[in-house]
Design a protein around this ligand. Sequence first.
Ligand code: PHE
Length: 531
Amino acid sequence: MREHWGSRWGFILAVAGSAIGLGNIWKFPFICGMNGGGAFVILYILCVLFVGFPLLLAELTLGRAAQRSAVGAFAKMTKAKTIFADGLGVLLVALGVILLVFKYWGHGTFCLTAGISLLLFGWKTVGFISGMVIPVIITGYYAVIGGWTLIYMCKSFLGQLNFNDQTGAEAVMGPIASASNGMMGWVIASSILFLLLCGGVVFSGVQKGIERWSKVLMPMLFVLLIVLICRGLSLPGAMKGVKWFLSPDFSKLNADSVIAAMGHSFFSLSLAMGIVLTYGSYLSKKENIVQSAVSILVLDTTAALMAGLAIFPAVFAMGFKETSGPVLIYEILPAAFNQLPAGWLWNGLFFMMISVAALTSGMSLLEPPVRIFTDEFKMKRSPAICLTLFMILVITVACSISMANWNNFPRLHAFLLKVWNNDLSGSMFGMLDSFACNWLLPLCGFMLAIYVGWTWGARKALKELREGTSPAIDGNLWLRLAGIKDEGGSGGRKVSLFSFSVIWGFFIRLVTPILVFIAFLDVIGVIKFTA
Ligand code: PHE
């Protein structure tokens, strides 16, 4: 018997735990401030509604219908090999050969492998990339950052994080990021510890591990956020930060903001990584998927807004400038907090908050590969977890000693540059991140929408979605908004043209895949909207 979630909130908090992560904390507030504050928030919410929400529903529905891992799901609802999969396979093989002829070794091999796999295994390929390849790559570098956070949390509580400016901060961060000056052992150990913590939770199972810990850690995350927001907002000059972060400036919005909002809604909701699909496979038919999905969206967006309010008021009040990513989290913010009385405490709480966010995301990344091993290869859970951890560990260790530069792997670097025609820059972290998030994620998201909307079919998907959901999703939305009840619907259930279900079907078949594909073409540089 497949294990199921013990309670509705357990499930919602587990998905929210996956969704709320570093993206909400170090990325969203910054893109928001740079793209016209409140104006961007509105745009982001639209993207969440048009792209994130339909896909979230699609993944949950597919998962619940199939009750299988990401790979199995694509083979259970329909035949894995379809004309579309074959056609795409042939196309990719041809493209791969052409690219190889023109000596694009990396791109060519990628297309060729994907094409051959589509021809051999059909749609299972999509499940495999999304549920195995992406999680293993992302956890590989996510664990390193998780490890840094653990180091910083300990340092703060031990009173060893006492720099007041960026120069001082760099002196601490530099050796950690480049794993030099005696820090290498610590960096490797801490990222392994992070992985083991995630593995430990997943080891205890769905209800006793993931669900139980999410129910403890997620409320804790929100409490920590609230404490930090109160501290930040009570500082003199805090409003400068709030203003930068939230005051709407529509003139700053452009096509790039739209792409950024779309890409972020995708990443932030942990879509197309097999996570939501796998978590959905532990749902019972009684679950109201639409309602849960709405709660997840609201929690994720609220957490992102709260993170901005916890960070920028303090940063601006202490006279620092805005930035994003590791520099913001590991340098600027701790320096700002350190100028306050009991700075160690604020830093400690802040890094505890990030550790919690990273842990719940990290453990969600382990579940899809583990499930593929147990469902498709009939492995027992414990060996499946060990195998998953081992694969990730290889990447994590390599990554942890080459986050800042390639000094430790000059040959590998030269090889990669040659293979990818120098069309590749950055550290190992940057490369893995861009490969997984800019290439694989949108492609899998696109394929997922096509699969649910066309191959499995919106009609069958809707049939599944309706289970556990109120008949209202078939009723006339406009009538409802106007406060008039739609008399048709339940019983014989006529579907109104302006119902939630029809709109969802339209989005998942046409709007969402097209938007995702356009965003993908922009991110990889095939089309450019703004100079
Ligand atoms: N969704 C998480 C965030 O917003 C990131 C994440 C990525 C989580 C990959 C799990 C897997 O940060």
